[in-house]
Design a protein around this ligand. Structure first.
Ligand SMILES: N[C@@H](CCC(=O)N[C@@H](CS)C(=O)NCC(=O)O)C(=O)O
Length: 205
């Protein structure tokens, strides 16, 4: 299977980490977003939305990170994606929330505090940082409450839900996310960070 990927991207990271965790070999193909390679005609044939990651398994082409994670985890029996309807629905609940709400609550803070200085787009705007932090706090509290009495998001073991939600904390440090105010969330993320698959997919600084 080929994975068209961009290693600094959290959407790439969650897919790549799942493949490593499951020992699934992937033929990795870099799509350099900084060079605009996601907009080349060759890549747009694979993904007409012009985004990474994309998986190619023979003549089957799949884009959208959540779908790719589920496809990879369906290749073998694994607790990451248990074969029962309630567990899968529960995992999907968190993966849906991540795409629809969690990503949007992390991204503005990451942009102001990390991406803007990195790409020399100006200093973080204190008013925007305040609004972004409030937005982050609203969704972070959901995780904090949920993780108060459990080690992982679904059931009592690591699942795809954890990889999905953790991906948006990839730049929590340079993004200055107030994780210390959410001790259960922070402890959970430390558990994810300790995974060899998470370490191996850490973006190089
Ligand atoms: N919902 C998509 C989002 C994919 C996405 O936004 N990928 C970004 C990298 S994190 C990208 O390729 N951006 C390139 C662009 O927008 O030009 C997924 O989960 O795969």
């Amino acid at each position: 299977m080929k994975l068209y990927y961009f290693p600094p991207s959290p959407n790439t990271r969650k897919v790549h980490a799942v493949a490593i965790h499951l020992n699934l070999p992937l033929d990795l193909r870099l799509v350099d977003l900084q060079k605009g390679e996601q907009r080349t005609p060759e890549f747009m044939v694979l993904n007409p939305t012009g985004r990474t990651p994309v998986l190619q398994d023979g003549d089957f082409i799949l884009w959208e990170s959540t779908a790719i994670m589920q496809y990879l985890a369906s290749q073998l029996p694994t607790p990451l994606w248990p074969n029962n309807a309630r567990s899968r629905a529960d995992i999907m609940r968190w993966q849906s929330w991540q795409l629809a709400h969690w990503y949007g609550s992390c991204q503005p803070l990451q942009f102001e505090n990390f991406v803007k200085p990195l790409l020399q787009l100006g200093e973080p705007d204190p008013q925007v940082v305040k609004e972004a932090t409030d937005r982050f706090r609203q969704e972070a509290q959901v995780l904090e409450d949920h993780l108060a009495e459990r080690a992982f998001l679904v059931g009592d073991t690591l699942t795809l839900a954890d990889f999905s939600v953790a991906s948006d904390l990839t730049y929590a440090g340079p993004g200055q996310f107030p994780l210390a105010d959410y001790p259960h969330l922070q402890a959970w993320y430390e558990r994810i960070e300790a995974l060899p698959a998470w370490q191996q997919t850490k973006p190089r600084s």
